[in-house]
Write a protein of this length. Structure first.
Length: 664
């Protein structure tokens, strides 16, 4: 039934899946969930390489088939599910791509499946926990990295949940059903926005983070709108309809293309543009939540499932961090039969936001900047001081099924994109610290940007300063191990670690003071976030940010050894370059690195108030001793793995060498 033998390749595995474990071990009919798995390929990972005591791994690819009952209470949260086509039994059928990385000897695994909630169809767990290069279909040693997940015995499962990423080889996507009005097309308005990095007459708005799934219904309709504003939060200005058209300029002529828009006089870099137009045929996007839920349920409860495990954890970052917050809020950690499907959630850089994931004309690829922060923000049920409404992320989780949750954000989620991450652990008015819910831990990574940094700290073309090189993935390895043990044994994880109002490591933005370094633009006037579910001045949210030391480095949260024993200032923000326009506008998801002068004489010539490297560290060896001490202490606290400390110290030595070689 598992479909994993040679004869099973390309065959339907687990068809019908008719039995599930019931109370007292009795067999009960399974409800419509996973109906089958087609495995189309099975390959040894890295030619059968052994990963320590766990041994060799296999990679399976295929398709998983689902059906949903629109009348099941657990599925009623799916917008337009009642408008999807039904089979003769009244069920809604759909399918999703599937990728599995599992030990060849299943008994050698650790009993945990790690759901990789793919970001725009791309795997995330290998690059995060194995420190691997990114890949849609990992095959090489670089794409499997150092093999940390494999040596630990995790089985990795990725199920497609997103419909609007353009199909390409290796991507893991969803085949969603289409909503109709009794067989007739459904129409509605969509409003994609974009921020050009360069001046141009035409712009492909339906690319990158903006869906090409909804072409304009009537491209020349005079009621369609194009607006422009400075940054993201300013007042919109309407551009005359006669000044823009759908299409792209090519050799001086306008070519019809619904994915492009052309503006008379051209688009200005750094300005935010938004198009409002009518489209049709919305997919039932919310079935993506059910796909991940039902695959997790089959893994735990169906003895005929293609993969079996006693525990299921889910990991998502950025877009999929927001997706996991919404999955939790809409009750999809519990399956159709009321059983706990997902035991633990590791939510990275989701901030306080949701996304366009379960609505008519959903746009999952939309960035969610300043548009998706709504009440509720915290897990426990609280009262909204503005509306009086009571709600919480866990409000739909049945009693006794609260999943273990790690909320992990970088400093960028405090400064950038309106995600106001401090409100995860403060009151909505920003006036007081709040305790964690019993099943939640909250971590902030000090001096980091939205994505992990890398050496050397190269200057990105779109920003003024070099990019922040602080690589926080070491911390994630330790936190994953802690979450797994919390779920498996109840062992308490490391305590929450984030800036706090009570100890002065979290402060209102207006109170922050940075070192006066000539030529550096500091974010004293960066706009904060606002709620998308209320209007007017009530929508504005407090902008609370990490306090900094005399070097401009964050002092609250988890400090990696690289940032705790610094070679420069690691910021959670960056500004657009003069060449790209709007130089006072922050670059989304970015951070900056401002290296220290190497000597006192050098810093005095530059009028840099920060101590030089030579004034801080007597030698390279002295610097590395401090790094070793900081790393060992952080590992003792549970935020690093002790086995990773030597590698981190070795990398610190390479960073020293690179810094000291600059300008020589």
């Amino acid at each position: 039934m598992r479909g994993r033998g040679g004869a099973g390749i390309g065959a339907l595995a687990g068809v019908g899946l008719a039995l599930a474990c019931g109370l007292g071990g009795a067999a009960v009919p399974a409800r419509a969930e996973v109906t089958g798995v087609v495995i189309t390929s099975r390959q040894p990972v890295l030619g059968g390489q052994s990963f320590g005591a766990v041994g060799a791994y296999e990679k399976l690819r295929g398709t998983v088939h689902f059906e949903l009952d629109p009348n099941n209470p657990r599925d009623r949260m799916i917008v337009d599910l009642d408008k999807a086509p039904r089979d003769r039994r009244g069920k809604v059928e759909f399918s999703a791509d599937l990728l599995i990385l599992e030990p060849k000897n299943a008994a050698a695994g650790n009993g945990t499946v790690l759901l990789d909630v793919v970001n725009r169809g791309r795997l995330e767990t290998l690059s995060t926990f194995n420190r691997a290069t990114g890949s849609t279909d990992p095959a090489t040693a670089a794409e499997f990295g150092d093999g940390s997940l494999m040596r630990s015995g995790y089985t990795i499962v990725a199920v497609g949940w997103e419909f609007d990423t353009p199909r390409a080889p290796g991507l893991i996507l969803l085949q969603a059903p289409m909503a109709t009005n009794q067989g007739r097309p459904i129409t509605g308005w969509v409003s994609p926005w974009f921020l050009p990095d360069r001046a141009a007459a035409s712009y492909e708005y339906a690319s990158g983070y903006y869906t090409a799934s909804y072409p304009p219904l009537h491209p020349d309709d005079p009621s369609y709108r194009l607006t422009v504003r400075a940054g993201v939060a300013a007042t919109q200005g309407l551009i005359p309809r006669t000044a823009w058209r759908f299409g792209r300029m090519e050799a001086g002529k306008l070519v019809a293309d619904p994915n492009w828009v052309t503006l008379q006089g051209g688009f200005q870099p750094g300005m935010t543009y938004q198009i409002d137009y009518e489209s049709e045929n919305p997919p039932v996007a919310g079935v993506g939540f059910a796909a991940v839920r039902d695959m997790a349920s089959a893994i735990k409860y169906n003895p005929a499932a293609v993969v079996r495990a006693s525990r299921v954890l889910a990991y998502g970052a950025s877009q999929t961090g927001r997706w996991l917050r919404e999955m939790l809020y809409q009750g999809f950690t519990t399956d159709e039969q009321g059983r706990e499907a997902v035991d633990g959630l590791m939510i990275q850089t989701g901030g306080t936001s949701f996304g366009s994931f379960n609505q008519r004309f959903a746009q999952p690829e939309e960035l969610g900047s300043f548009t998706q922060t709504v009440f509720p923000i915290r897990y426990e049920t609280t009262t909204d001081p503005l509306t009086g409404r009571r709600d919480g992320l866990g409000a739909r989780v049945p009693a006794g099924q609260a999943p273990k949750i790690f909320l992990i954000d970088t400093g960028s989620e405090s400064w950038d994109r309106g995600r106001v991450a401090a409100l995860l652990h403060t009151s909505l008015d920003g006036a007081r610290d709040l305790p964690d819910a019993a099943n939640v831990r909250i971590y902030m990574l000090a001096g980091t940007m939205h994505g992990p940094g890398a050496w050397p700290p190269a200057t990105r073309g779109s920003q003024q300063l070099a990019s922040n090189p602080n690589d926080y993935r070491w911390v994630h390895r330790a936190l994953l191990a802690a979450l797994d043990q919390w779920v498996a044994t109840g062992a308490a994880p490391p305590p929450s670690q984030h800036p706090e109002l009570a100890n002065g490591t979290l402060i209102p933005r207006r109170e922050i003071k940075f070192p006066d370094i000539p030529g550096v633009e500091w974010p004293y006037f960066t706009p904060g976030g606002f709620r998308a579910d209320v209007k007017g001045v009530d929508a504005v949210l407090p902008l609370l940010v990490p306090q900094v030391d005399a070097d401009g480095n964050d002092i609250g949260g988890i400090r990696t050894p690289e940032q705790a024993v610094p070679l420069g200032t690691y910021t959670d923000w960056a500004f657009r370059s003069q060449a790209d326009g709007a130089p006072f506008t922050p670059v989304e998801m970015a951070g900056s690195f401002i290296p220290f002068a190497k000597t006192r004489a050098e810093r005095e010539r530059a009028h840099d108030p920060r101590l030089s490297i030579a004034e801080r560290y007597a030698s390279r060896a002295a610097y590395l001793r401090q790094v070793q001490q900081a790393a060992a202490k952080t590992a003792q606290q549970g935020y690093l793995l002790a086995g990773d400390v030597p590698a981190m110290v070795a990398l610190a030595g390479q960073h020293w060498d690179w810094i000291m070689a600059q300008g020589n």
